[in-house]
Design a binder for this molecule. Structure first.
Ligand code: SAM
Length: 285
């Protein structure tokens, strides 16, 4: 998927929309006259000024952050890296803490806060859960569009949190996003720069029955494709992680790179395959 334009919905978002337009070398459209952020209205604005969207996308910039509207269907879904909305706040407060499967897979326990390299960060949902539990996160994302959404989500979250939520500010400050392909980054890691845990969650064909998840995944698949090269990341990750590598897979998927893990944690939809290299110390981080 390519980006076709950026759209600014209010005066405060114009500068951000222009900066993104410059970075992606696309036009920046002024949508301050629109009284709705509905996909149809944005599609019409883009069609009138640039071209029909079809398979491409538009960054829609508003006071509450930057979303990606993808082309094609008129009631298109807008995706966003959201760290301040009601759903993420609820999960942060009531999500189950270290009892969550992802926390167990990482080996989190009292006094143990590993440095996790999330080598396939996407929109940062899993990284945010781990940062909420006290981990320090390095995030890598190779898709420029996804990385821009993630960077915008983090900076919007920090702006909101600075005024209202010091705890959220601390969590987001523990997440550092890098512009890199995971294999290049992992390859270059040495000594003290090596993370305690490497986390891999490459794309996989989605079989969820939920219409919304299906639609979100369809947009995401159009954006980044299949990650067919993901298998090669596992041996690299195993050679660079200090304590373990954790791989997220759909519940019934084969092991990544056909490599059997030390153990797996299986939930309703997903499975975490854990490759233990060394026991976690009693205190870490
Ligand atoms: C399934 S998504 C990750 C979702 C993420 N765990 C979350 O909670 O939002 C996989 C992401 O990994 C990225 N990716 C795949 N291979 C990569 C690589 N070698 N280097 C960096 N990013 C990669 C893809 O572009 C995609 O955005």
């Amino acid at each position: 998927m390519h980006l076709r334009a950026t759209v600014a919905f209010d005066a405060e978002s114009l500068l951000r929309a222009q900066a993104l337009a410059d970075r992606f070398d696309v036009p920046c459209l002024d949508a301050r006259h629109l009284d709705t952020l509905k996909p149809r209205a944005i599609h019409r604005l883009v069609a009138d000024n640039v071209d029909e969207l079809e398979q491409d996308g538009v960054f829609v910039c508003a006071q509450d952050g930057v979303r990606l509207l993808s082309g094609g269907d008129q009631d298109g879904l807008m995706i966003q890296a959201d760290f301040v909305g009601a759903t993420v706040s609820y999960r942060r407060e009531k999500g189950g803490g270290r009892r969550q499967m992802i926390a167990k897979a990482m080996g989190l326990k009292s006094g143990v806060f590993p440095h996790v390299l999330d080598a396939t960060a996407g929109l940062g949902g899993d990284a945010f859960v781990l940062a909420s539990l006290g981990c320090r996160l390095t995030l890598l994302e190779r898709s420029p569009i996804v990385r821009a959404l993630l960077a915008e989500g983090l900076s919007h979250g920090l702006r909101v949190a600075e005024e209202t939520d010091p705890e959220l500010s601390k969590i987001l400050s523990a997440m550092s996003l890098h512009e890199a392909d995971a294999s290049t980054h992992l390859d270059q890691l040495e000594g003290a720069a090596c993370p305690d845990v490497v986390y891999l969650d490459p794309m996989f064909p989605e079989r969820s029955k939920s219409a919304l998840v299906k639609k979100e995944m369809r947009v995401f698949h159009r954006l980044v494709g299949e990650d067919a090269d993901a298998g090669a990341l596992l041996p690299l990750a195993l050679s660079k992680a200090r304590y373990r590598v954790v791989v997220k897979r759909p519940r019934l998927a084969p092991f990544l790179n056909e490599t059997k893990p030390s153990h797996s944690l299986t939930g309703k939809r997903n499975r975490f395959d854990v490759y233990v290299l060394k026991g976690m110390p009693d205190r870490l981080g």
